[in-house]
Design a protein. Structure first.
Length: 357
């Protein structure tokens, strides 16, 4: 069932000539027990959407429902929602235990409940040994866990996390990604997680909403978003991709000027003769000797990357393409700069993109 329902939500900051539309008609349904990620570049409206759900901002139009209930009349502290902020916002002079129990005390929970829940949270984030340390006496990663424990302690229905890992170094961030995923599974709480990091989003999420310029462009599983991008922006923001200008010939056939025909399984409503952009991931391209079963190209560069090799090749129309192959395969050793090659892609790996709004 649906945990958070966002309907035609818009947010305009300021007014008149200085008005700025930070969110533009955003709709999304976030399911119960889901790890849901808002992914997009800085300034696209991720934090604004979280702040609206939390109640720190009021919508200009549209509505937000939690478990089917309209939240607009409820102040932040009366919403079954809690937030983990980017900077943690911990109390440095307090101990780990005091930080975790603080929110429960503010809510007026009974003393024995505060004690048992705090102990449970310390276990959950594996900080029992640090219980009596001050915040200034623990590491950044441990502070991150305290912030999580504190936000989880009141057992919110929905936990909002605004780029909570961005302050951590790479290795710690990778560890915490797995840890966060475990916490979400163990607690069964719906997580709405914000990041601008595509790898992070792909690794952790059940579903991802890709945002740009105050809009949600595409919502789907990590696999959907990666394999079946529907917009140029989505295709380019997540991973590497080749974009090929083409013309639709009907029935999934597309013509690339001066190069040949490429098939796609993507069923689109493009009329014959309509311009289309084809998107192909580098790892989906098969290189071979030139043949009638493949399209022609010339290798322009071979770049060794340790685990894999990137072949740059040029098409007759001058377009530069990239193919990627793992270094334990025959393809990774077979081609050198200047070689004439054939390239092919399975029709299931060719996406037809819409122009972005
Ligand atoms: P993100 O979290 O994706 O980086 P934000 O939601 O913080 O983006 O901001 C989206 C846009 O709205 C930005 O251009 C930002 O400058 C603007 N914005 C955010 N908050 C305010 C505010 N209180 N007043 C005016 N503009 C704001
Ligand atoms: Mg932000």
């Amino acid at each position: 069932s649906v945990a958070v329902s966002v309907r035609s939500l818009s947010k305009v900051f300021g007014s008149g000539a200085s008005a700025f539309r930070a969110l533009d008609d955003v709709s999304v349904e976030i399911r119960q027990n889901e790890f849901f990620t808002l992914l997009g570049p800085s300034g696209c409206g991720k934090t604004t959407l979280l702040r609206l759900i939390a109640g720190f901002e009021q919508p200009s139009s549209g509505e937000i429902l939690l478990d089917g209930e309209d939240l607009s009349a409820r102040p932040p502290y009366q919403r079954p929602v809690n937030t983990v902020f980017q900077n943690y916002a911990l109390f440095p002079h307090m101990t780990v235990t005091e930080n975790i129990s603080f929110g429960l005390e503010m809510l007026g929970r009974p003393k024995d409940e505060i004690k048992s829940v705090t102990a449970e949270m310390l276990r959950l984030v594996r900080l029992e040994a640090m219980a009596d340390r001050r915040i200034t006496q623990i590491s950044g990663g441990q502070q991150q866990r305290v912030a999580l424990a504190r936000a989880l302690a009141p057992k919110p229905k929905v936990l909002l996390l605004d780029e909570p890992l961005s302050a951590l170094d790479l290795q710690l961030r990778k560890d915490m990604q797995l840890e966060l995923k475990r916490l979400q599974t163990d607690t069964g709480i719906t997580f709405v997680f914000v990041t601008h990091d595509q790898d992070e989003a792909l690794t952790m999420s059940d579903r991802i909403a890709v945002m740009n310029g105050g809009e949600i462009l595409q919502i789907g599983s990590p696999r959907d978003i990666y394999d079946k991008p529907q917009h140029r922006f989505v295709a380019g923001f997540i991973g590497e991709i080749n974009l090929l200008p083409a013309v639709s010939m009907g029935e999934g056939e597309h013509s690339i000027a001066g190069v040949g025909l490429l098939r796609s399984d993507d069923v689109t409503a493009l009329p014959n003769g309509a311009a289309a952009t084809l998107a192909v991931r580098p790892e989906r391209i098969t290189l071979s000797k030139p043949s009638t079963a493949s399209l022609p190209g010339v290798i322009s560069n071979v770049v060794y990357h340790g685990t894999d090799t990137i072949f740059h090749f040029r098409l007759a129309d001058g377009l530069e393409m990239r193919a990627r192959s793992q270094n334990n395969t025959a393809q990774s050793r077979s081609f050198a700069k200047g070689d004439d090659i054939g390239w092919s892609v399975d029709a299931s790996s060719v996406s037809v993109l819409a122009d972005d709004p």
